[in-house]
Design a protein around this ligand. Structure first.
Ligand code: AMP
Length: 213
């Protein structure tokens, strides 16, 4: 099963894609996570991507597309995959279609998370992430037992640079201008299924599983 998750930053794509990955035993491919790992390890790709990410704007297509094409060609994607954070613009959507075509594959469903702007800002500005295992918390809605310490692995929690207020606005603008046209792209192809992104993690997960069918 080949699934794409689309939604604004803070909509819950990361949380839900991890759950879907476990449920269907297929890998979650988060371009944001891969890029952040490259920035941390100071790889050539990470060094090129860092500035764009800090500003909340998209990393150039050629970097991201190559990264995804390479990842999709790995063996663990043969039975399916969940794309989280890609495609982020129409060019990337076209590149994905072309790559899948070449290997006789197709997208089975595109799940779109629908969450209003005010709620996204609330979620992103309070988000904290574990440096080691990537678990996410919210300082008010889902706080860790001990402040700044991960319940799961005991490592340190931090606030992503791009979750600071000035960058949140830039990311939401990028979503509206560049990613919303991708929603239209998939609607035209009859692949898009919108899901209400407000509710408990379990409720939203159930709605997604139903939408996938
Ligand atoms: P995310 O973790 O998905 O919110 O992504 C964090 C940042 O990584 C974004 O603000 C972009 O700078 C970059 N990024 C992630 N995915 C993509 C993509 N598909 N195309 C371009 N840039 C991306």
């Amino acid at each position: 099963m080949n699934i794409v998750l689309i939604g604004p930053p803070g909509a819950g794509k990361g949380t839900q894609s991890k759950l879907l990955s476990e449920r269907f035993s297929i890998p979650q491919i988060s371009t944001g996570d891969i890029l952040r790992a490259n920035v941390r390890e100071k790889t050539p790709m990470g060094l090129r991507a860092k500035d764009y990410m800090e500003r909340g704007i998209l990393v150039p297509d050629e970097l991201v597309v190559e990264m995804v094409v390479d990842r999709l060609s790995q063996d663990d994607c043969a039975r399916g995959f969940i794309l989280d954070g890609f495609p982020r613009n129409v060019k990337q959507a076209e590149a994905l279609e072309e790559t899948l075509d070449k290997s006789g594959k197709k997208i089975d469903a595109v799940i779109g998370f629908e969450v209003e702007r005010r709620e996204l800002v609330r979620r992103l500005s309070g988000r904290r992430v574990c440096r080691k295992c990537g678990a996410t918390y919210h300082i008010i809605f889902n706080p860790p037992i001990n402040i700044d310490v991960c319940d799961r692995c005991g490592d340190e929690l931090y606030q992503r640079d791009d979750d600071k207020e000035e960058t949140i606005e830039a990311r939401l603008k990028v979503y509206e201008e560049e990613t919303l046209p991708v929603v239209e792209y998939y609607k035209k192809r009859g692949l898009y299924k919108g899901v209400n992104g407000i509710g408990s993690v379990d409720e939203i997960n159930e709605a997604i599983v139903k939408a996938i069918g």
